[in-house]
Design a protein around this ligand. Structure first.
Ligand SMILES: Nc1nc2c(ncn2[C@@H]2O[C@H](COP(=O)(O)OP(=O)(O)OP(=O)(O)O)[C@@H](O)[C@H]2O)c(=O)[nH]1
Ligand SMILES: [Mg+2]
Length: 462
């Protein structure tokens, strides 16, 4: 791990030019380093934004007799431990020029500050107990969010929704553990602190909560990570038109010549809050030339890696052998889309289309926009297993989900052990493993906490 004894410095705003740019200092020497850089009469006052000048001191510049001004800035001192990192933090807001900001960082380094590693401010916040692990991870998610739903999910996590939910489950497990341990410690009294039926009931409730979290996580992962949706179909089916309609701009070339699209086109779209990478592909058919053949090959590859394929069938022209070939292919989850709904129908019912579209067919017109909203809802349902995503999922990070799965497995084993009349020791082993997994989510573990819990709840020997 990185050292936490020294003072770190970094540019906190994105690369490039902007109205302002922020240089952040954190560590025991933050105020000393800032004072050395800043030209002002009075010292900084905690939590007050103060106008100052960053200067290169005369003694340090080559032969200059006077301090040389570098930038006019606003400096703010957040006194530790009530700061983001829990240490003394000074933020210097200068003009947003990379040259100026780099110079300020260099001057701070000249005063003994070290260039911060990526994420090091947040790491310090975690190490100093200002954030737990899910909250620290939420900071990164919040910065990375590309859809408002992603931002809301990250914000909830930062506010502690997941931490709270894990704490609630852990509390129930801790309570069970404490009582089973007490039964173990005082066997001669022939008294059980916990009857097995009660333990089974409590464990069932915990299993339920973990199950719900895992279920929520399926949608959560898609929200956090986004996914790939491929649009496939025979030439001229209306794929590029649908792509454009979903993207909201005329990104792909549309013509009535079959074989217009030859390469893959991708665009990121927000569908029901999900960050979807939508892929338009070449029409699937036995290709006429090498370029088209490569396009068809790429279309098939895209379909293989996509989380969902939209199979576009032209509703205004009779189904062809190419359509049937596409319908016959098994593989990734598929949604049948009948296109050109504004034109007279060339066919109505088809057993093969009905088979593949057994969970519903979307009829859309990319010209009028009819059916697009319903198609978006269907896409969300396929990918996130739910009707809508008005409420952001509580859990979304694979690290957390893997640990929830571990806890679920351990609780399932504990339940089985309890049901088969196993000893308290055996049940306790799995409860401990379940708790360990949960505590790994929040990054907090400690046996002394278990002892404190036992003593706070029981008055054994009194
Ligand atoms: N009326 C109507 N015409 C449509 C609709 N969608 C597509 N078309 C027309 O159908 C033709 C083919 O559309 P594209 O979107 O280029 O079809 P494609 O599946 O991408 O075709 P390839 O790239 O050649 O595989 C064009 O003339 C479009 O204007 C629709 O919803 N309504
Ligand atoms: Mg096309």
């Amino acid at each position: 791990m990185f050292s936490t004894e020294d003072t770190i410095v970094a540019i906190a705003t994105p690369p490039g030019r902007g109205g302002i740019g922020v240089v952040r200092l954190s560590g025991p020497d933050a105020t000393r380093v800032a004072a050395a850089l800043l030209d002002r009469e009075a010292p900084l006052v905690a939590r007050h934004a103060t106008f100052a000048r960053v200067v290169e001191r005369a003694a340090r510049t080559t032969g200059d007799a006077i301090d040389r001004p570098v930038d006019q800035v606003v400096a703010t001192w957040f006194a530790g431990p009530e700061s983001y990192t829990g240490e003394d933090v000074v933020e210097i807001s200068g003009h947003g020029s990379p040259v100026l900001l780099r110079r300020i960082v260099e001057l701070a380094m000249g005063e003994g500050a070290r260039l911060a590693e990526p994420g090091e401010f947040t790491l310090r916040a975690y190490l100093n107990g200002r954030l737990d692990l899910p909250q620290a991870e939420a900071v990164a998610d919040l910065v990375d969010a590309v859809t408002p739903l992603q931002a809301r999910a990250a914000m909830d996590q930062l506010e502690g929704t997941l931490t709270g939910e894990i704490a609630r489950i852990d509390e129930a497990l801790l309570d069970l553990t404490a009582r089973l341990e007490a039964s173990l410690d005082f066997p001669e009294e022939g008294f059980h602190f916990l009857e097995s039926a009660e333990a089974a009931g409590a464990l069932a409730a915990v299993a339920d909560s973990l199950e719900r979290l895992a279920l929520d996580g399926r949608a959560g992962r898609v929200v956090r990570e986004g996914c790939l949706v491929a649009i496939v179909g025979r030439p001229n089916a209306g794929k590029s038109s649908l792509f454009n309609a979903l993207v909201g701009s005329a990104r792909a070339i549309v013509t009535d010549i079959p074989g217009t699209t030859r390469d893959l086109l991708t665009e990121r779209v927000d569908i029901g809050g999900l960050a979807i990478t939508l892929v338009d592909t070449a029409g699937l058919r036995t290709a006429g030339d090498v370029i088209e053949a490569e396009g068809v090959h790429r279309a098939r590859k895209a379909q293989e890696v996509a989380a969902l394929s939209l199979l576009v069938m032209d509703g205004s022209a009779p189904l062809s052998g190419e359509d049937y070939a596409i319908l016959a292919e098994a593989g990734t989850p598929r949604q049948v889309v009948i296109s050109k709904a504004d034109l007279p129908r060339a066919w109505d019912e088809d057993p093969e289309v009905r088979r593949v579209g057994s969970d519903g067919i979307a009829r859309v017109s990319s010209v009028t926009g009819d059916g697009l909203e319903e198609l978006r809802r269907r896409i969300v349902r396929h990918l996130a297993d739910r009707e809508d995503l008005r409420e952001p999922p509580v859990i979304s990070n694979v690290r957390h989900l893997a640990l929830v799965d571990q806890a679920r497995d351990a609780v399932a084993r504990a339940r089985a052990a309890l049901a088969s009349g196993a000893t308290e020791e055996l049940v306790l082993i799995d409860l401990t493993l379940a708790r360990r997994a949960l505590e790994e989510i929040t990054g907090r573990r400690g046996p002394e906490e278990l002892l404190a819990h036992i003593f706070s709840r029981f008055c054994v020997g009194k």
